[in-house]
Write a protein that binds this ligand. Structure first.
Ligand code: GUN
Length: 293
């Protein structure tokens, strides 16, 4: 049976370190880290995520501001708010929750965030720094940074000689994850929906990272015996065993069977999920620290 990687515990230690760093920054330099979270529209799942981000920011001792904008917000209104937050010295981190309602275009909004305040690590300047191997002067996208921390718990900082396969190539996760694994010397394959014989590609992975958004797609015979499996999927599926109309969260990996083969595996929930918020807090305190000089 695989070692179960405890993301809640890893996240708690990141949050404890962030809280301490925030307290120190305020006591010594008089700067309280400020995080502004912006959400547009009424999607309940997005509101739940955003609320937990704002709540955690408060818990870390930050100045936590939430802007909930109505569904009919225009592109100009949203970009104007971002411009105001860019200019506000009390705000060190800006996060615009994605996806945006269909009539809004996310790309110019993300590009309008000051790279120094882009705690999501999505601005082309921050994405470009990771791509060129600069992991120290920008801000790294939260979910890949968190997933990487879990990988390093198992394998250490140097992944030389290990094959890593990332399934999924999004800007939010797959691409930066592949680049972080590469920066740690892994031999990286970025697989996606057009990859031929995905199962065989995955079976070659010492580190298998699944971020496809398809419930339990990765089966046990995709997993190399002893591999580390990082499941980034969060899918809600029907759970008739829990009662009529009930649902449960599952990952992109068929957990029970994959855990029979893997060496280490992240559960869903309780794996990568808690790390995303923890790394957002870490990015905010880093941004505040840099702003304080
Ligand atoms: N929606 C789902 N995950 C994320 C994230 O990490 N950042 C933002 N901004 N939106 C998201």
């Amino acid at each position: 049976m695989a070692l179960v990687i405890d993301g809640k515990q890893a996240a708690a230690s990141v949050v404890a370190a962030v809280t301490e760093a925030a307290g120190k920054l305020e006591a010594e330099v008089g700067v309280k880290p400020g995080l502004a979270v912006v959400i547009v529209g009424n999607d309940p799942a997005s509101h739940a995520y955003v609320n937990s981000k704002s709540k955690m920011a408060k818990q870390c001792g930050f100045n936590s501001i939430q802007h909930s904008l109505p569904e009919e917000t225009t592109q100009e209104e949203l970009e104007k708010l971002v411009a105001e937050l860019n200019a506000d010295p009390a705000i060190h981190g800006i996060l615009v929750q994605l996806p945006l309602p269909k009539h809004l275009n996310a790309e110019p909004v993300i590009l309008s965030i000051s790279p120094e305040k882009d705690v999501d690590g999505l601005h082309v300047v921050n994405a470009g720094k990771i791509a060129t191997g600069d992991l120290s002067t920008g801000l790294i996208s939260c979910t890949p940074a968190g997933a990487m921390l879990l990988v390093k718990q198992i394998h250490g900082d140097d992944l030389s000689g290990l094959n890593a396969v990332v399934i999924g190539r999004s800007n939010l996760f797959g691409k930066p994850m592949g680049l972080l694994l590469l920066a740690a010397n892994a031999t990286v394959t970025m697989a996606h929906s057009r990859t031929k014989d995905l199962a065989a590609v995955c079976r070659n992975a010492d580190i298998l990272v699944a971020a496809v958004g398809r419930a339990q797609m990765v089966k046990s015979d995709w997993v190399k015996p002893g591999a580390t499996v990082i499941d980034v999927g969060i899918n809600r599926v029907d759970a008739p065993d829990k009662g009529e109309g009930k649902t449960r969260l599952v990952g992109d990996v068929a957990y029970a069977e994959a855990a029979e083969v893997a060496g280490a595996i992240t559960p869903v929930p309780g794996g990568v999920g808690p790390m995303t918020i923890a790394m957002l807090m870490a990015n905010t305190v880093i941004a505040a620290h840099r702003a304080a000089g």
